[in-house]
Design a binder for this molecule. Sequence first.
Ligand code: ATP
Ligand code: MG
Length: 435
Amino acid sequence: MSKTKLAAVRGMNDLLPPDAPLWEWFEARVYDWLRSYGYQQIRTPLLEHTDVFVRGIGEVTEIVEKEMYSFEDRLNGEHLTLRPEFTAGIVRAAIEHNLTYDGPRRLWSIGPVFRHERPQRGRYRQFHQVNVEALGFAGPDIDAEQIVMLARLWKILELPRLRLEINCLGQADERARHRADLIAHFERHADALDADARRRLHSNPLRILDSKNPEMAPILQTAPRITDYLGDQSRAFFERLQAQLAAAGVQFVVNPRLVRGLDYYNLTVFEWITDALGSQGTICGGGRYDPLVERMGGRPTPACGYAIGVERVIELLRQSAATAPAPAIDAYVVHQGGATAHAAFLLAERLRDAGLDVVYHAGEASLKSQMKKADQSGAEYAVIVGEAELAQGAVAVKALRARAADAPFAEQRTVPQAQLADALIDALSQDNEEV
Ligand code: ATP
Ligand code: MG
């Protein structure tokens, strides 16, 4: 047998128990928040036919060009890809199940996505997104609602100082005129282009605007702006969006260079950015993608959506004051082995019947070491099933956290088994009143 140590794939993280409460706290808030806007959950497979993403995301994008985990299933020769984003899979599912046949749909998802990028802080090869899509809505009211709902989420999570940037990419014909001028501009400055930009010059020049290379900043500054190419309809759409954001009290800046990576976007694009995470500061990006559903084989369906990078939000939560309380368990049940272990096992079940969160000490150990485990577990109370008490139909209870001297079970006390659940529930509710 090989002695090399097994390790996780580079850039793919384990979520370990100390971090779990924060993720659970975040997810619980996200579920409630999405429900408050009428979004329904959809779960699509992690694996899709590679074509779903090639057609859905576009061939000349960062993701499809170099970030996808694609492989041939050696059992049947199918070309498969681990999802690098949600939208394409959700649109595939919406078409396959005819989800918009009786009207538009608000859909959301959460889960891992996979991109073969260089791992660094805030950038991983498996990461998680909360993904939100509104299918069948022409906007701009739904665009505004999606942005406003994000402002609400940041408030719920108490995330400070997030910046909202928006832009309007217009329609295909407007982008075509902009694109021609953009290529001409970059060709005039060909010597200032980096290798990436030169490669994209004719395939995806818009994406050059997205470059983070500081050496290109001057020619990006002077590049033609999409907002100068918008016709009356697109301009009116963008103005209505801005008016609705302003009316809802959501601040934003128009960033004419904001284009986003995927080439199916039209009209609205937006990003939420923080300065607290270094260079990986975008925590959410989205926009309108009216052409996509038809492009993937469905009926023309206007749509708008966004994705939140969960790891980056969790990192912000970790930095902010509003840390999630670790959910404590109510009782830890210890025993003296033999018949008391059996009784403790059943007693723990009775307590759970009464709605309590209970850990039973599995296996045998000295009472002293069990009490230590009880203490470390974070439980509020230890329930001690001893031989002497059991013979009387009773158990002992001891509070584990520091408490006032007159608090229930501040001193160890015996309680008849039949009254144990009620006694614990009373004690826990008194604890809550004191907090
Ligand atoms: P970037 O320009 O940083 O690569 P992107 O445009 O590829 O971002 P999106 O496809 O819009 O990102 O994904 C939505 C969100 O998912 C991002 O705003 C970010 O918060 C998060 N995200 C993207 N890539 C990663 C990654 N490799 N690791 C962790 N989070 C990521
Ligand atoms: Mg990327």
